[in-house]
Design a protein around this ligand. Sequence first.
Ligand code: AMP
Ligand code: ZN
Length: 454
Amino acid sequence: MTIRLYNTKTRTKEAFTPLDAENVRMYVCGPTVYDRAHLGNARPVLVFDVLFRLLRHVYGADHVTYVRNFTDVDDKINARAAETGRSIGEITAETTQWYLDDMAALGALEPTHMPRATGYIPQMVAMIADLIDKGHAYVAEGHVLFAVESYKDYGRLSGRTIDDMIAGARVEVAPYKRNPMDFVLWKPSGDDLPGWDSPWGRGRPGWHIECSAMAYELLGETFDIHGGGIDLQFPHHENEIAQSACAHPEGGFAKVWMHNEMLQVEGRKMSKSLGNFFTVRDLLEQGVPGEVIRFVMLSKHYRKPMDWTAEKAREAEASLRKWAALTAGVAGGKPSEDALAHLTNDLNTPGVIAVLHEAASLGDAPGLRAGLDLLGFGDLSEMEIIKGMVAPKDEARVATLVAERAASREARDWNRADEIRDLLVASGVELRDGQDPAWVLKPGFDPAKLETLK
Ligand code: AMP
Ligand code: ZN
């Protein structure tokens, strides 16, 4: 079976051949841990989770190594600590656990290794020292900078020249930089900031070096796939390549570069800095099941921008409810050739979902179950929404209507009281006048029916 993947580096879809089929290696840039993950952050997690599952399917579960890091040293974390008066360690530990819980709720497998940047400072220091020795980095005013002009292929991944980049980017101008595009490998830390001893004084790493150092340590100087969001292509990935290719010129660093497009809100990237975000936890707490989030994300090809809409979530939920009923108690088998053909074609997850709709319409429950497994959906009958858990907002609506009915009876408005009672009963609410609780939701409760009341 041949997997074809679009490689950002060559701008073509290529047949994937692992360097070592016994150990297929993938690195994906993970989150900076200072706050809850927003929904956009879940997109790379789900895209690369599907790829991880596909690689395990093709090469065997024990023959794939997937590394995703936690950035736990960063100025945003320092700022959060200063704002809240909490310790950095407390913030990063709490946020890391939130991230793991939220991604598990979306059905994402844990990567093989989840290194934290602060666990690899000596490796970063060694790599930086090596870059200085080889003439690719220099010390200036307590900083160590990478000299972009020392690496002839700088800009190859994103297809830009150094001049383009200077013109297009808001680069940090600093008097000590030889070239405005030179980027920080190490910077000095005052006493109030996290810092480690180094040959250049007490300081902390720049962002990019951690991925180069951890990928080298855990995957070696050459590995198969490097992933992340397209927003990281420049400068982050360009800088990772420069660092790694110069420190280990014999290795090729990553062979295939894969980038997911952005989750958007009204045409703009969802991001913390734009303030147009909601978190994965917000959605889960509103009663949107993790499976629904997974389904909506996978219904768009990863190289296309996408929007989250409530309408898509409703449609996804309706499909999943139907499929849950169809696959209850059905064991998964081999996924169909059609489903695999789509998935191995550069992760065409919408294509797989179309195959699943077809299987469902033909009543092919084993085919449907196998396809769901391929996309990482667990036992749908375990979905909370199907087990009868109801969104808090729907429960609140029922409570309001029950109270309105009581008030109408109090006011001797029998017509109104009966109208509300009939509607509640029709939507699946059992009214238990005089008892505690005064109402319960029956299986099959349909909150949409509540909306028909004038
Ligand atoms: P960050 O914590 O911002 O470094 O992001 C962690 C991961 O989420 C990176 O792979 C980003 O490329 C990705 N990411 C951030 N925002 C979005 C978005 N709106 N849509 C898709 N991926 C995103
Ligand atoms: Zn990275």
